[in-house]
Design a protein around this ligand. Sequence first.
Ligand code: NAD
Length: 466
Amino acid sequence: MDETAGMPTARTIEDRDPSTGQLLAEIPCASAEEVAAAVARARAAAPAWADLPVDDRCACLERASERLLAAAPELGRLASQEMGKPLATAVGEVEGYARYLHEELAEVKLAVAPTPFESEAADVVLHREPLGVVAAITPWNFPVAMPLQILVPALATGNAVVLKPSEHVPLTGRMLAEVLQAELPDGVLELVEGDGATGADLVAADIDMVGFVGSRATGEAIMRSAATGLKRLVLELGGKDPMLVFADADLPAAARAAVQHSLRNTGQVCCSVERVLVEDAARETFEQLVLEEARQWTFGDPAAEGTRMGPLVSTAQRERVVAQVEDARVRGARILLGGELPEGDGAYYPATVVADAPEDAAMVREETFGPVVCLETFPTEAEGVRRANDTPYGLGANVWTGDADRARRVARALRAGQVGVNRYLGGAQGTPWVGARQSGFGYLGGIEGHRQFTVPKTIATARPGA
Ligand code: NAD
């Protein structure tokens, strides 16, 4: 008999405060057997949860949203400490989602409402059934909102869920699970703690679907593994969002947006502005405007009041940013601001503005995920659109111009799931959160997004005498 079966693995997560490097906790990674046991508990709980009317399931989650609001100060504190975002922003993330949950649940009810169809021979009704057990595997950059955007629709549509939070925010993930579990029947939401290998064990376990938010590389690995057993997938992946600025745009407004959406969350947002492409004629004016804005983005202790930008999530993430800035510098780019490692502890990196990175620079081709404004130029509309589209990604994009015809033309030509015109992205309630090309597979949000956690089932009942 294998005496190690069911024991935790020797692997642990080292949970560190990125503002100091201090160890906050060391958490054992669940073994494959523990992952399988969590999935088995979820599978046992799933049928009774699925049998509840959707209104009852949503009522549990409404109550959970009250608990989330009450827990927001502590959840936000943990999130800020574990991944470095300013405390007020971290608390706001929890409160914002808790308040929004009511609208999302109303949308889920519409998504799963049975739909009758006309037929002379039968009464036909289309139902949306839950899939069974959903694995939710999530990143650290929005440590509460990212898990919730899978957990809420997956649970409300009648699935049991096994959550594997990011190894960078394990304490936040654990507390979030406990807050929700307090309002859910046993087993309906299980938690497994661990690293990427734990996530891989979960994908390989007896689950029906993976709801994943994270990097493109991990998304590909999950898709390969999920082929065994044809598990359903929703993958929300990375981006390299371009912003196109024409000389006739409101340049100060465009510069403010470029800087804010390059540096927000220390640049660690899937739909950050990762490249700013400026029409040649506006280059010098725009550079100056960007510099004025970016100088206001100083970094500091995330727990201190008024801090706009905390550290990166880890020194490893900072090394990736440093490598991209150095690669751009070697290839002839101009570093207009920042670009130097600060002294002292923590994974801090200054707001950095890079101009003229060539098309083959890593910063132009690969996700940066750091506090960098990357400025490029283009000579014509056609060339601007070509360059903007010249990455494998397609999450968001935005175009800034005073010419309404051009705005429409360019918005349609940009290959992205979400496009902002003279503004950043963002749809209305009910529109999906969606990445085109290699930024996503399936999508979340809106009625169609919620339905991805279900399978359609048609029941046709013969009409007497028909
Ligand atoms: P990541 O892919 O490294 O990790 C995400 C999660 O996957 C973690 O929980 C990790 O432990 C797990 N994981 C790692 N390898 C795995 C494997 N082989 N099998 C199963 N699970 C595995 O990503 P990250 O660094 O945590 O997050 C940053 C990335 O997430 C960026 O690329 C960002 O753009 C993306 N992101 C996308 C969206 C979106 O909506 N499209 C939102 C937020 C973040």
